[in-house]
Design a protein. Structure first.
Length: 654
């Protein structure tokens, strides 16, 4: 995998050497991890239902952990890492749950979030995600090292907090910028969240957009120009090609604002290009990873045998995973509660057994896909909803053949499988980010995996009461007389429409198939570039992510990757030494991590006044027009880009 951004690689020695032993799972770390898992999981449950997206909690949890643990006489960097590992698991599980389970209410299967069913299926899905990351850790981090931008950023944040020194200045200043930006956008509403433009041209629509998010710039800087270019390419395939074609076929209504019309087409039709591309891209990723996955399982089993034969000294501390025999036992045992839950829904022993087995298989396959995508574009931009839609789509087709179109259990069964897969995939992507951070820091993998389980169980225990509280306070789904401003739950609504659409008709199958063909073309192109030994490659999932995401996200990610490349190019032209280029790259990485940290922290903190005031912008300053907010936000955003470039291209000696 090409790397454009200087920074820590998997080949670098860990921050804490394997021979060094530091306390990791301590009483204070467990208590703090449990509290943060519950709090951040609850906050992200609301944000996901309200806005359709969640905030990655790894870096905010790391920052909070550093602040709290400094109050104690003894603490260390690996203890900090353990806390953020548990906390981020809670946030990830919340994403998997709120993207899927509310669809059961929308289908009319549930009237409320049943506590034990919700808790059990969320916990099982999340724990399976943890189990699946154990062989995936070796496959994707050790044997096939991917970037994992937020894992790298988390490791750098923890290192800077441990070391202090000059690096803290770049991290702190960028964190303040990211936080202020988010406050001005989500709190005061004086900065626009994005800028967009569209026009009706020749009977069709032409649209462009960019999100004014410093955090997305930080993600783009970390993943580099190659991957960020592919993400933008995917967005352009959708917005510059697919939407104009579909708009021309349907005809346009000039009375509707052009950009609104483009987004309606994206939501209802062309987004499914990304679903089709993800299906093929996911299958191709599994084909590419097959040898790594097998060798990962084998090496895990070999490590377990060596550990039993030779004791703790037989394997390095930094390579000790949860034994594969335990993993396999837990996976097999999970079949029983999965079977029981589905049996209560369907009343069929044979169907419940089949679906329970299908959940395990789909959960592992899509956990691998989600983990791979997180390695490319990060957890915050990992389209778990797209992976889940692909799961529900394929599962619904299979159930349609088994049950027929008129069986009322069909859509609900597909959603239940989607819940398990979504929770497993969300946990897999986020946990691999944490394990990447641990790999760079020199953490003990089995201890991180234990705390991931702790974080999952904690979040699962509190998620149902939180969802029922939000249901009673705001309502979920379409607005009603009782709840005129209900939480839209956009992902869950999409899941419900996919499951119901397969059984009742109405899905844009032509667009899904077109997305599959696009993915095949991208794969062929990547194989050609590999044969030519090109430094630029086209991993298909990066393009599929760009097709699925709104264009404004893809555009801003590209800005970050472009700045990383321009900074190094300017230093090369100036004849800077390799040491200087590496130092500037690390400073840029810290600044990028700070942008992500500040925006993520404020995003979570803003959830509190949003819940209390029931207002998306609780402290909105009146009198600021939309055009003024766009100009102010654009000017400030340009300043952030310029600051990052000047830092990355600075020629001052090291």
């Amino acid at each position: 995998m090409p790397r454009d951004t200087p920074g820590p690689s998997s080949g670098s020695p860990p921050y804490v050497r394997a021979s060094t032993r530091l306390p990791e799972i301590t009483v204070k770390a467990v208590i703090l991890g449990v509290l943060l898992s519950a709090i951040l999981g609850a906050a992200n449950a609301y944000l996901g239902l309200f806005a359709g997206m969640t905030v990655s909690a790894s870096i905010p949890a790391a920052v909070i952990s550093m602040a709290v643990l400094r109050l104690f006489r003894q603490y260390n960097i690996l203890e900090n890492n353990i806390v953020q590992t548990a906390a981020s698991a809670g946030e990830s599980l919340a994403a998997g749950v709120i993207f899927t389970i509310p669809a059961l209410l929308l289908l009319g299967v549930w009237q409320r979030f049943n506590y034990w069913e919700t808790t059990l299926i969320a916990a099982l899905g999340g724990l399976l995600g943890v189990m699946f990351t154990i062989p995936l850790r070796r496959a994707l981090i050790v044997e096939r090292p991917l970037q994992y931008p937020e894992g790298v950023a988390t490791a750098e944040v923890l290192k800077v907090g441990d070391q202090g020194g000059a690096g803290i200045r770049h991290l702190a200043s960028a964190s303040v910028i990211g936080a202020l930006f988010k406050l001005c956008q989500g709190g005061f509403a004086i900065f626009a969240g994005s800028i967009a433009g569209a026009r009706y041209v020749g009977g069709t629509i032409v649209a462009m957009a960019a999100d004014l998010s410093p955090a997305l710039v930080g993600v783009g800087y970390i993943i580099g120009l190659n991957i960020s270019t592919l993400v933008l390419l995917g967005g352009l395939i959708n917005f510059a090609v697919a939407i104009p074609i579909v708009a021309a076929q349907h005809g346009v209504d000039p009375t509707i604002p052009a950009f609104d019309a483009a987004m309606d087409l994206w939501s209802a039709e062309t987004r499914y290009l990304g679903v089709g591309a993800m299906v093929i891209g996911g299958l191709w990723a599994l084909v590419q990873l097959r040898s790594s996955l097998v060798s990962g399982v084998r090496s895990s089993l070999a490590a377990y045998r060596a550990l039993r034969a030779g004791g703790q000294a037989a394997i390095e501390r930094t390579e000790r995973d949860t034994p594969m025999t335990w993993v396999m036992a837990l996976v097999v045992v999970s079949l029983l509660p999965l079977f029981a839950i589905v049996y209560l829904l369907t009343g069929s022993v044979a169907l419940a057994a089949f679906l329970a087995f299908l959940m395990l298989v789909a959960g592992f396959l899509f956990s691998a896909v989600a983990g791979y995508m997180a390695g490319l574009v990060g957890s915050s931009n990992n389209p778990i909803s797209g992976v889940t839609i692909a799961t529900i789509l394929s599962t619904s087709l299979l159930l349609l053949l088994l049950l027929g179109a008129k069986d009322p259990a069909g859509p609900a069964s597909a959603i239940f499988i989607g819940v398990v897969v979504a929770c497993a995939a969300a946990i897999a992507g986020d946990n691999l980010q944490d394990l990447k951070a641990g790999h760079l820091l020199g953490a003990t993998p089995i201890k991180q995996q234990i705390m991931q389980c702790v974080g999952v169980v904690t979040a699962a225990l509190v998620i149902a009461p939180v969802l029922n509280l939000l249901l009673d306070a705001y309502g979920i789904g379409p607005a009603t007389v009782e709840h005129p401003h209900s939480l839209a739950a956009p992902q869950a609504t999409l899941m419900q429409s996919v499951a119901a659409g397969v059984f009742g008709g109405g899905l844009p199958w032509g667009i899904v198939i077109a997305g599959m063909f696009i993915a095949v073309f991208i794969i062929i192109l990547d194989l050609y570039l590999e044969r030519r030994e090109s430094s630029f490659r086209t991993p298909v999932l990066a393009v599929a992510v760009g097709i699925y995401l709104p264009l404004e996200l893809s555009t801003t990610i590209f800005f970050g990757g472009l700045i990383a490349w321009l900074g190094q190019r300017a230093l090369t032209r100036a004849g800077a030494s390799a040491k200087t280029k590496a130092q500037r790259g690390r400073e840029g990485l810290l600044f990028a991590a700070g942008l992500i940290t500040g925006e993520a922290l404020l995003g979570i903190l803003l959830a509190i006044p949003i819940v209390l005031t029931k207002d998306a912008s609780p402290w909105a300053i009146h009198g600021v027009s939309a055009s003024m907010a766009a100009w102010l936000g654009s000017a400030a955003f340009a300043g952030v880009l310029l600051w990052l470039y000047r830092l990355a291209a600075s020629r001052r000696p090291v």
